[in-house]
Design a protein around this ligand. Structure first.
Ligand code: ATP
Ligand code: AH0
Length: 383
């Protein structure tokens, strides 16, 4: 028997000081599962703990790809959700063998479909079953409550970015730029103490980032990505494609706003006639141009842009960004944060916020009507 407990009871279990939580994330690039430990009271990050990454095999990734864009009852989903849960269990079990021991797990699951103004948002993976199998309370389904209140349900990392800005003692507004399958930014004013205070954060998805490049590499070369951006670096940008891309209605919407992985289905056709290198370089320029366009929404110019996510390892993408942005664009690892693990850490941090009855999104991060705490909390039971 599994049961869902109320958040008040879990708060009592957690006590009042900082606690170690584990967070898990399977992102839109479908590369695998990140898991990481964070010690926090849901406000301040006190320490970062061990991390791990469990990749999906090629066969698993193919099954996951077939479930992209699918809703809960589609026939492609059960097998894909099973893979998501199995690989998460392996990552979680590995980290649970180390010290420190987490008291709580934040489980994002795998987004298969995201249509906040229409059918909702779908993250596969059953948090109740996971709680039972790993023997830890699990916070999951982070996005639905925000969507139900009229929000985008994404991005949710911004409150964690705000805490990271305080952790690295930033003293001026700065931007966190995540370059995963999709790109997203959080502008943070660290002088505002609470992340849900007016003027503390502005967040939104910038546009497609690595996903179109990965899809092209998969289709034309049978590879998961363009290592280091090397092939893109040898190509040339077709600027007409970038101009056409920037004409998409998404770029005329005011933030907050969010995207599904495959929301730009025409982009691959726009580079179809180009050589592999030129097509990749052009998709790289599109991703960077989308970020530059998004940066125009920042309330004040940020002192620096800290780049997180796998795209920071793509030299062509970093060069395109630096050519388009006037402020320093830095790999976030130079601050001591871990750019491969930020999203997993975010869901550890958010899990503690949920357990403590704190908010996880606000009108300036998702467009939700009022700041809201999302997430379902499930605990394992004896029987
Ligand atoms: N060494 C590398 N060279 C080039 N690109 C890389 C490298 N390492 C990772 N990437 C790119 O980063 C992607 C993975 O990034 P990341 O793990 O941040 O994405 P994600 O978390 O799955 O996506 P999202 O943030 O949209 O949910 C890969 O699919 C690849 O395109
Ligand atoms: C619906 C969904 O899963 N969105 C992801 C996706 O991947 C990047 C970007 O689009 C971001 O909005 C979000 O993930 C991060 C973890 C977030 O919620 O902050």
């Amino acid at each position: 028997m599994l049961k869902t407990i109320d958040k008040g009871a879990l708060r009592a279990c957690l006590g009042h000081g900082p606690a170690w939580a584990m967070g898990c994330m399977s992102g839109t690039s479908l590369d695998g599962v990140d898991a990481a430990l964070v010690e926090t009271d849901g406000d301040v990050i006190t320490r970062f703990g061990p991390t791990t990454f469990h990749p999906y095999s090629d066969a698993e990734r193919n099954i996951l790809r077939r479930a992209l864009g699918k809703w809960q009852y589609a026939p492609e989903v059960p097998a894909a959700a099973d893979i998501v849960e199995t690989v998460h269990r392996a990552a979680i079990t590995e980290l649970m063998q180390n010290d420190p021991a987490p008291v709580l797990l934040g489980f994002h699951g795998q987004t298969f479909a995201h249509d906040p103004q229409g059918q909702g948002t779908h993250q596969a993976g059953d948090g109740q079953a996971l709680a039972q199998s790993v023997g830890l309370p699990v916070v999951w389904d982070f996005r639905s409550a925000d969507v139900k209140l009229g929000g985008e349900g994404a991005p949710l990392a911004p409150f964690f970015h705000h805490a990271c800005a305080r952790f690295i003692k930033a003293d001026a507004p700065l931007v966190f730029l995540n370059l995963g399958g999709v790109g997203n930014v959080t502008w943070v004013d660290p002088s505002r103490r609470a992340p849900d205070a007016a003027g503390a954060c502005l967040a939104f998805d910038t546009g497609p980032a690595n996903a179109p490049m990965d899809d092209l590499m998969q289709k034309r070369r049978g590879k998961s990505h363009d290592e280091g951006g090397r092939l893109a670096l040898s190509g040339a940008t077709k600027t007409e494609v970038v101009d056409l891309f920037l004409g998409h209605r998404y770029f005329h919407r005011m933030p907050p706003k969010s995207l599904d992985r495959n929301d730009f289905p025409d982009l691959s056709a726009m580079v179809e006639d180009l050589s592999d290198a030129d097509a990749l370089r052009t998709l790289t320029a599109c991703a960077a141009a989308a970020v530059a366009r998004g940066m125009e929404h920042c309330p004040t110019p940020p002192a620096r842009v800290l780049v997180t996510g796998g795209g920071r390892r793509n030299a062509a993408l970093m060069a395109e960004l630096r050519a388009r942005l006037p402020m320093p664009v830095e790999d976030i690892d130079t601050t001591g944060l871990d750019g491969d693990m930020l999203e997993a850490q975010a869901f550890a941090y958010l899990a503690v916020r949920v357990a403590r009855g704190l908010t996880t999104s606000a009108p300036t991060t998702t467009g939700v009507a009022a700041a809201v705490g999302g997430g379902i909390v499930s605990i394992p039971t004896e029987d």
